[in-house]
Design a protein around this ligand. Sequence first.
Ligand SMILES: [Zn+2]
Ligand SMILES: [Zn+2]
Length: 334
Amino acid sequence: MDDTLYGTRDKRGDWTPNKRPKPLPVFVWPVQLRALLRSLLAYHLSPIRAFFILATLIVWIYLTPSVETMREFSPGWILLILLRNAALALLFYGSFHVVLYIQRRQQTQFKYNSKWPDTNNTTFLFGSQNAENVFWVMCSGVPVWTAYEVLTLWMFANGYVQSVDFRQHPAYLVALLLLFWPVWVGLHFYATHRLIHMGPLYHIIHKVHHNNVNPGPWSGLSMHTFEHIIYFSVVLIFFIVPAHPLLVEFGLVAFALGPALGHLGFDRIVTGDKKSMSTENYFHYLHHKYFEVNYGNSDRLIPFDYWFGTAHDGSLEADEAMYKRMKAKKCARG
Ligand SMILES: [Zn+2]
Ligand SMILES: [Zn+2]
């Protein structure tokens, strides 16, 4: 498969896609109805969203204890949830890692950074990027994810949080999932992400994640425990906004597994001789490359970066705008 059909490779061997990241045409005036609907449909019907919905249903039906059991904290059911989350993370992150980074089935085709993760670098725990990444995902990410899940399920089981019945209010719950959730997620992620880029907060909370200048799937959820606590707090909104516990489960599954794709490092996965599928994650890759740009979600449904002037599409013009902004920031600081 020829990756120069989709992008260009520079002297260092780094690959840049021809198609630059753009915001979805949601907030444009006059409204481009067809483009808007097409984007929203593509967003909501994307294979990965369908996968997360399916995974949530399987988890909910087969791998979640009964409401009666969850009324009281007990090690048995909490351990069950911890183990199933660990298995989900291992399977999901591990599959992409094995195919792309261990078997290297497509070598560096469609890979943004031509280098492979560091294996002898003292910046990382155990001297290895992959080992550090797996450590933070499995020893901090999975337990924090589980803690949020256990707490919310216990709250719902005891009626401390209002649960909305699907049969009585289907339209409300669908609207919550299709309209409210993406907006809330976009806002929560952008706001908290900008916050943890500030001064000491960056060094205490966010630096671990940014050790990964050349990210791979496991880098996605490789964060300090404080960052995991902030990151997964997105589901606490359902303590205020009435919903069904399934929505919390969906939010947690998507937030726990989604970062694998946002940090894949490959723009496309080769599936056949002349076939490949898009796994575009260039927008967030640029965040790891330049730090001070693209704080928002990779889906760019709510284009906060474009509104606040922090977007970078990988072009020379965007480079210039970024350096100008950094210079102005420095001058303002004195
Ligand atoms: Zn990242
Ligand atoms: Zn960051």
